[in-house]
Design a protein around this ligand. Structure first.
Ligand SMILES: [Zn+2]
Length: 532
């Protein structure tokens, strides 16, 4: 947030706070923060393996954001279990050893939550997360919420009756996903994950399994994978102190035991591929056309200061490329209406840079060509110092705002950070340290450090291209031709450097008519010419 007139003097003082943050002397090999200890939390592990994170935070007042994060998702299912991880999530809200469906509904109503598994939990390929948002002014509600999460960890009732009652709701979700968009997303997912178990493990599963899987199979899955050592409970809220909450967690979780030895959770690799994969989707209801290029790559480590610096350089790269894409979209007769690129984690071992554009009908080929050209242009010529300084200033002001607003962070955001810490080992180092790190590192990252990231966006390395059109226009051969055309242009170095001058940045389309010079006076002693 920028300083504007009328801001309180308190804010001015705090603003000064960022300015006066000292630069650090950094050792690139140094571990980030006190890993594995997450910043700010009362953190520990019970004897049965359960990890807990408890933190005081008063946004919003008298509320707490709780979660049970489980490292179990649909990728662990066998063929005859496809959809079972999600079914378990549903059964959790149906009944446990201590609570019937009626009790759980009553509880959710008492905390003002919407009822239904999908409102309070989610299942992905790699994990299942149960979330509750509760008032803390009545201590018994907090205790009950934690006890419900404890029941989910090991006491979900899986009977034939429970299951038969839940099949209808799950089938409804299944059918809801069977429209044109859903089918397109599913087949895109398969193309992205081809060659990996993930390709065949969309969380919604198979109709056959949802309709007829026996309770014994569901129970077997639940007992095999739901181990306390694969779970964490997170509680962030307006608590008087953290110890009471840790004690509540101990009270409700300590006696929980998993029924068998925990099996190692396997890693399912997603193989890379040299050949570009293509797909063309036609969706008659689509308003316009769109192109999406995904460049897949393994998730990078975030353990040391150097990893953190790399992450900042990556972020600068995405910002800088986005600035160019935005400027192109503002040209007269642009190849796309809008286009941007972002990094996204797809599954545990895999992330992607995903570049997507929307364009006019029959415009997908021109749009694709422009997108590929811009990536190649960065590879050949890099970014200018001026572009990078704009990006650096932007990121500096983002971290400054985050630092200044640090006591305004919502409990749900802090909870999500701890969930990521548990599930994906993402370090939580605290905004003060992050602000100091970024203030120190951002000026050290050069234009060439940033441009290097373009090497990761090659059509010959884990690249998947898809188009969506209301009526079929582009074929896969057409897309392939665009790719080879741009690749040859790059090989022959036929792509010109980015020319800032060519990009109109004016808000006004019509330039005022230039006046004429009527009078010219020279002042040679000071080297000035006066024109009137
Ligand atoms: Zn569901």
């Amino acid at each position: 947030m920028d300083l504007i007139a009328g801001e309180s003097s308190k804010k001015v003082l705090r603003k000064h706070g960022f300015r006066s943050l000292k630069l650090m002397s950094v050792d690139m090999e140094q571990e980030l923060g006190n890993e594995p200890e997450p910043f700010g939390a009362d953190y520990g592990r019970l004897d049965n393996g359960l990890v807990y994170y408890v933190r005081r935070n008063s946004k919003p007042r008298m509320r707490a954001a709780l979660a049970l994060a489980v490292k179990v998702g649909s990728v662990l299912e066998e063929e005859d279990q496809r959809g079972v991880a999600h079914i378990v999530e549903h059964l959790a809200f149906s009944a446990t050893t201590r609570y019937t469906n009626h009790d759980i509904v009553k509880f959710l109503e008492s905390v003002g939550a919407e009822f239904g598994p999908c409102q309070n939990a989610m299942t992905t390929a790699d994990e299942t997360i149960y979330e509750l948002f509760v008032p803390v002014d009545k201590p018994e509600l907090l205790s009950q919420a934690i006890s419900i999460l404890a029941e989910f960890s090991s006491e979900i009732r899986v009977s034939k009756e429970d299951l038969d009652k839940e099949r209808g709701a799950v089938m409804e979700e299944y059918r809801g996903n069977r429209n044109a968009t859903g089918r397109m997303q599913d087949s895109h997912w398969q193309l992205m994950m081809e060659g990996s178990k993930y390709a065949e493990r969309l969380p919604i599963g198979l109709e056959k399994v949802i309709r007829s899987v026996p309770a014994a199979t569901v129970k077997q899955f639940y007992q095999k994978w739901y181990h306390l050592c694969n779970m964490a409970v997170v509680a962030v809220g307006d608590f008087p102190d953290t110890k009471t909450v840790v004690d509540l967690i101990k009270t409700h979780f300590e006696d929980k035991r998993s029924s068998s030895e925990p099996p190692q959770i396997p890693v399912f690799p997603v193989p890379s591929h040299e050949e570009t994969r293509f797909s063309c989707f036609v969706e008659s209801e689509a308003a316009g056309s769109a192109v999406m290029i995904s460049y897949k790559m393994p998730i990078s480590d975030l353990k040391t200061v150097k990893d953190y610096r790399d992450m900042l350089a990556e972020s600068m790269f995405l910002h800088a490329l986005n600035q160019r894409l935005f400027k192109i979209s503002r040209r007269k007769d642009p190849p796309f209406f809008a286009c941007s690129v972002a990094a996204d984690v797809l599954v545990s071992p895999l992330k992607a840079y995903i570049m997507s554009s929307s364009c006019k009908e029959k415009g997908t080929l021109a749009s694709l060509e422009s997108m590929l050209l811009e990536v190649a242009r960065v590879r050949l010529h890099g970014f200018s110092e001026r572009e990078i300084s704009v990006v650096r200033a932007l990121m500096m002001s983002e971290i400054e705002s985050a630092y200044l607003e640090r006591d305004q962070v919502q409990s749900t955001s802090l909870r999500d950070e701890y969930i990521q810490h548990f599930l994906h080992k993402e370090p939580v180092i605290g905004i003060e340290y992050e602000a100091q790190l970024q203030k120190t590192l951002l000026p050290q990252i050069s234009a060439s450090d940033v441009a290097r990231y373009s090497e990761k966006l090659r059509t010959s390395c884990g690249c998947v291209i898809k188009t969506m059109e209301p009526r079929s226009a582009a074929t896969i051969d057409d897309l392939r031709n665009v790719v080879s055309k741009v690749n040859s242009l790059e090989e022959e170095k036929m792509i010109a450097p980015w020319d800032e001058e060519k990009i109109p940045e004016e808000v006004v389309d019509e330039k005022p008519t230039p006046g004429e010079v009527t009078h010219q006076l020279e002042y040679p002693e000071v080297g000035v010419t006066e024109l009137t």
